[in-house]
Design a protein around this ligand. Structure first.
Ligand SMILES: O=c1[nH]c(=O)n([C@H]2C[C@H](O)[C@@H](COP(=O)(O)O)O2)cc1CO
Length: 140
């Protein structure tokens, strides 16, 4: 199963360590196409590889098209994550969004109010990984 993990990059990297834990867990269920979302200095690495914003966008959309499921950590708001979610919802792919209540930003109504998106509000990693297991099994 191909899994697209979505998390903030230019929106802010405060949750990067958590992304690493979630990606590691998702790897038990299939191939994570976007491991780089957890990589420290991801933007420097992309720049060193000579990737332009156009190439980053096109590669990302290609991975989204290949994905069987999408899991997004949405606590740190990100334009890119919102864009990715809008596109996959239009393609009717299964989407799980993970949000930690009490964060600096309230979750957008465009996510919480979207019937095509499963939203888990969670406080600890165990709760998130357990829901990922249920979600991945349901769509495998
Ligand atoms: O360098 C990048 N590489 C990349 O893969 N992305 C994708 C993956 C993430 O799920 C999402 C993050 O968007 P943003 O950078 O607007 O926070 O966009 C985004 C960027 C930078 O915008």
């Amino acid at each position: 199963m191909n899994i697209f993990f979505s998390g903030s990059i230019r929106g802010g990297r405060d949750d990067r360590d958590l992304y690493v834990d979630l990606i590691e867990h998702l790897e038990d269920h299939g191939t994570v196409l976007t491991e780089h979302v957890g990589t420290e200095n991801v933007e420097e690495m992309e720049a060193e590889a000579g990737l332009t914003d156009d190439e980053i966008h096109d590669q990302d959309v290609e991975w989204l098209q290949q994905a069987d499921i999408v899991v997004a950590e949405v606590t740190t708001p990100s334009l890119g994550v919102g864009y990715e979610l809008g596109r996959v919802v239009a393609w009717e792919k299964p989407v799980l969004c993970l949000y930690r209540p009490g964060a600096a930003h309230e979750l957008s109504a465009m996510i919480r109010g979207n019937d095509a998106v499963e939203v888990l509000e969670y406080r600890d990693l165990e709760t998130a990984t357990s829901r990922i297991d249920t979600f991945a099994r349901k769509h495998s």
